[in-house]
Ligand binder design. Structure first.
Ligand code: UD1
Ligand code: CA
Length: 464
């Protein structure tokens, strides 16, 4: 028998008033990804992207652009008329017309695929028309409460505002996540009427609608309430972010990465770090950063979409964005690598060195205070302290090419476009505007003037 297809609808059209933000709630970030991203990842654990539909409304274009790469479908809810209405806008989508439909909220980023699998499994076993994901809270205020009948089935969900004093004492709450039989869902959803008090169509009313025709609703209880709770405020957002950070750090430590003072470190979900690498305190390892084995990332360094080979040494307070350090390379302290820069094998980009769209060849060294932009620097070169490429003429950017084994003296000013041949020398303090051929010495500075005895005479004259 072919398996019953599963589709997922993510309700994400609301603004999230309590965030007090101009940004739609699901676009806020925790653990290095927007809330909706996390929920989509969980959904992908039970359904293929073409069977995942996000209902969007507030800032629909931005939300769509942010998560389009997942390959999911979108449906627009132009007016936010309640959770039942939001699900209803998907009724005509072929992907959700049959099989089982899992409904989740876009603002519950801690949700795991495993929990959704449990929900679907329990739903299948129970044979019910619907199954709710519920949990028990010490303080259930604000949530829909679960009313159960003698058989243990859910007979109704009562929202806070409509709950009696006795019902308010019920600690079992509706997480806002469900699994439905599609055939029954769409028929019953179409019959729900707006809540008289709020004018919204409540998805939760479907429980009673199903029950009226003898269809039962089961409950799947989640032991860890944190996982299904939605984010409402920025306080919740920070708490969830901290949970993501702890999870990731723990996972990495258990896989063989040393993290010093892990409570001070932020590592994004997608980052990968090899064995026996040491991550110093107050570091941030962001985006799709890849770090090899036996590396050391010094305190306070920030790596974003960086790629590091094995045995790379990043000294404290170094910033690496969209750039690469090959095996055995060194950077920092206080270095900045950005826009596709590469420090090749065993090369050094030392203190206060900035590389922009530049490759520093294998074994080359720029140890102190250099700016190297739009440059290709060969192997085993030495870039002196204070050397800079003048890559920008006020209108355009120009390239600098420096050959293998060359030596760029301290405080050189290399005016691009410029080529320095292999094995060439540039004298300290030179302003170089013309190509330097292979093995040549280029000097571009005023000659030194020496006046013997000048200082002594001056002192005698002034009597000091
Ligand atoms: C809902 C449930 C409540 C449950 C709680 C769990 C209803 C009536 N109540 O209440 O039982 O305990 O979730 O968090 O469903 N959304 C739309 N379009 C809309 C309205 C909402 O897309 O028109 C989306 C929101 O963006 C959000 C989700 O649906 O992601 C839940 O909506 P929200 O307004 O937060 O529902 P609650 O009042 O929290
Ligand atoms: Ca909510």
């Amino acid at each position: 028998m072919p398996e019953t297809p599963i589709s997922v609808v993510i309700l994400a059209a609301g603004l999230g008033t309590r965030m007090r933000s101009r940004l739609a709630k699901v676009l806020h970030c925790a653990g290095g990804a927007c809330l909706l991203d996390h929920v989509i990842e969980a959904a992908k654990g039970i359904a293929t992207p073409d069977r995942i539909v996000a209902v969007i409304g507030h800032q629909a274009d931005r939300v769509r652009a942010e998560v389009a790469h997942h390959g999911i479908q979108f449906e627009l809810q132009t007016e936010q008329k309640g959770t039942g209405h939001a699900l209803g806008v998907c009724a005509a989508i072929p992907a959700v017309a049959s099989g089982r439909v899992v409904v989740v909220c876009g603002d519950s980023p801690l949700l795991r695929a495993e929990t959704l699998r449990n929900l679907v499994r329990l739903h299948e076993e129970s044979g019910c028309a619907a199954t709710l994901l519920t949990t028990f809270l010490d303080d259930p205020y604000g949530y829909g409460r679960i009313i159960r009948d003698e058989a243990g089935h859910v007979s109704a969900i009562v929202e806070e505002k409509a709950a009696s004093e006795d019902q308010k004492k019920i600690r079992e709450i509706n997480s806002g996540m469900y699994c439905f039989e599609a055939s029954l869902l769409w028929n019953h959803l179409a019959t729900l009427t707006p809540n008289p008090a709020s004018g919204e169509i409540y998805l939760t009313d479907i429980v009673e609608s199903l029950r009226a025709v003898g269809q039962a609703t089961a409950a799947c209880v989640v032991d860890e309430p944190g996982e299904v709770l939605g984010i409402n405020t920025r306080v919740d957002l920070a708490a969830v972010d901290a949970i993501f950070r702890r999870r990731k750090a723990r996972e990495l430590m258990l896989s063989g990465v040393t993290i010093e003072q892990p409570e001070t470190v932020a590592i994004d979900q997608q980052a990968a770090i090899g064995q026996d690498t040491i991550i110093g305190p107050f570091t941030r390892i962001l985006g799709r950063t890849r770090i090899g084995s036996d590396c050391h990332i010094g305190a306070g360094s920030i790596l974003e979409n960086a790629t590091l080979g094995d045995r790379v040494e990043v000294l404290p307070y170094t910033l690496i964005e969209d750039s690469k350090l090959e095996a055995g390379a060194h950077a920092g302290p206080f270095a900045r690598l950005r826009m596709n820069s590469t420090v090749e094998e065993e090369a050094h980009a030392g203190n206060f060195v900035e590389l922009k769209n530049t490759s520093l060849g294998a074994g080359s060294k720029a140890m102190h205070l250099a700016y190297l932009g739009d440059a290709a620097i060969g192997k085993r070169t030495n870039i002196g302290a204070g050397a800079i490429t003048c890559n920008y003429d006020g209108v355009k950017k120009h390239r600098t090419d420096i050959g293998d084994g060359s030596f760029i003296g301290s405080n050189s000013t290399l005016v691009a476009p410029l080529e320095v041949g292999r094995g060439a020398y540039v004298g300290a303090g030179s302003v170089i505007t013309e190509a330097v051929p292979e093995d040549a010495l280029a000097l571009g500075r005023a000659r030194q003037v020496l006046k013997e005895g000048w200082a002594k005479k001056r002192r005698e004259k002034s009597g000091k």
